[in-house]
Design a protein around this ligand. Structure first.
Ligand SMILES: [Mn+2]
Length: 421
């Protein structure tokens, strides 16, 4: 136990310090988690006691999961789930997986905030909307229990239904003040915690799930947890030591680029889709990030430069090029459009694009640029125009994708480029 709460929280060594041995956690002992032995609750004050409390909570959760091996659980979030709820629902799902527990995360209302839509979309967060009506038609006998996370049922329209069906409440994990007695098997309610994400991060750190930076779901879920933590603490400004410690732990695994994308959320869902595709499809070579995003609607033209803006923020990338096939329904034409963004002062976007794509039959360049930014538009001529056949559309995209990429790569890494003729 080496933690010293009088030290500033943002001390480099805190990454490796014990997150539970903090003075601030000692106050948790005033809580009354029903499943914990009274002995745990009585003690307060010193670090080793709060550590023990934490350990026992984790152990109690572990045992609960063990008892429910092979179950199907519904995780019920509040009607308008926020990032804290969404990320923790996911963390529960991942924690329960090794116990062969199938988890469905549901909410009854809507994902109203852009940032929440972005979070779900960009991380592939496994959450489903399930209205009261939908739940009524669902056969709940296929589930062995439900779990309330970042809420205690009072903010979910689904609670009455769940109670009527007598679906057992397996766990309640929340940081709001105690609101209702759900008679759950496992309860961890900590009004002192700034975010439920802090609680879940402590579970992770205690070994309920061994995070692996090479597992995409782990990276995405920790990114979601950091977002949850940020959003419940006003960008960490209201965070306390334990929240910082949780964030520090998550920082080992999360994807800053992904978090940044989530935070740039004043964008439409369709723009987010394009950014997601650019992320997924990007190839990074010699500090150039190149991504084809397939077909997009005319109205979403602006998504291309936004995606390029985003890709160029990646570490060790100085230039990003994003392109796609823009489909104009009114005019029945298609055109390849692309954007370049660079922060390399010696790279002239205008020159680069002119050099990459050359000129058309009339001697006009397909594009050009200015300081740090450029764009291009390449008419598709006879190959343009809508075609119902999905396979044909795919072949067409593949051909244009390969051609654009080849022209770019010729400049990016001359030696490696593919020769066509
Ligand atoms: Mn919360």
């Amino acid at each position: 136990m080496q933690s010293n709460s009088s030290q500033p929280a943002l001390n480099g060594s805190f990454l490796h310090s014990d997150p539970y041995g903090t003075g601030s956690l000692a106050s948790l002992s005033t809580l009354d988690p029903p499943l914990l032995e009274p002995a745990i609750i009585k003690h307060s004050g010193n670090n080793s006691q709060s550590q023990r409390t934490s350990d026992q909570r984790v152990e109690a959760l572990r045992q609960t999961l063990e008892r429910h091996r092979g179950d199907r659980h519904l995780v019920i979030l509040q009607d308008f789930p926020d990032p804290d709820a969404l990320s923790c629902g996911w963390a529960y799902k991942l924690i329960a997986e090794p116990y062969d527990i199938q988890v469905e995360i549901i909410y009854a209302g809507t994902l109203s905030h852009q940032e929440n839509i972005a979070l779900v979309k960009l991380t592939g967060l496994p959450v489903q909307r399930c209205t009261v009506q939908t739940l009524k038609t669902k056969d709940l006998s296929g589930y062995q229990g439900c779990v309330f996370i970042d809420n205690q049922g009072t903010t979910s329209q689904l609670l009455p239904l769940v109670q009527q069906s007598e679906l057992p409440v397996i766990a309640v994990i929340d940081h709001h003040s105690p609101q209702s007695n759900l008679n759950a098997e496992f309860v961890d309610i900590r009004p002192q915690a700034r975010a439920t994400a802090t609680i879940f991060t402590q579970y992770l750190q205690a070994g309920l799930l061994t995070l692996d930076g090479s597992v995409s779901q782990h990276v995405k879920c920790t990114t979601a947890l950091i977002h949850g933590l940020r959003s419940d603490t006003n960008s960490l400004m209201q965070a306390k030591e334990e929240d910082f410690l949780a964030a520090a732990y998550l920082s080992r695994f999360y994807d800053p680029q992904l978090l940044n994308a989530v935070l740039q959320a004043a964008r439409s869902k369709r723009v987010m889709d394009v950014i997601e595709r650019s992320l997924r499809n990007r190839t990074v070579q010699n500090s150039f990030s190149i991504a084809g995003v397939g077909y997009l609607r005319y109205d979403d033209r602006d998504a291309i430069p936004q995606a390029a803006d985003f890709l160029v923020t990646e570490e060790n990338v100085h230039t990003a090029v994003v392109y796609g096939i823009l489909h104009d329904e009114d005019k029945e034409v298609e055109i390849v459009v692309g954007s370049l963004r660079t922060n390399k002062i010696t790279l002239d976007p205008d020159e680069f694009i002119k050099e990459a794509f050359g000129q058309d039959a009339y001697g006009r360049y397909f594009g050009g640029g200015r300081f740090t930014a450029g764009g291009f538009e390449i008419p598709m001529g006879f190959l343009g125009g809508f075609n119902e056949n999905a396979e044909f559309a795919k072949i067409k995209w593949d051909v244009f994708d390969a051609q654009v990429k080849q022209k770019l790569l010729r400049l990016v890494s001359p030696a490696d480029s593919i020769r066509t003729s």
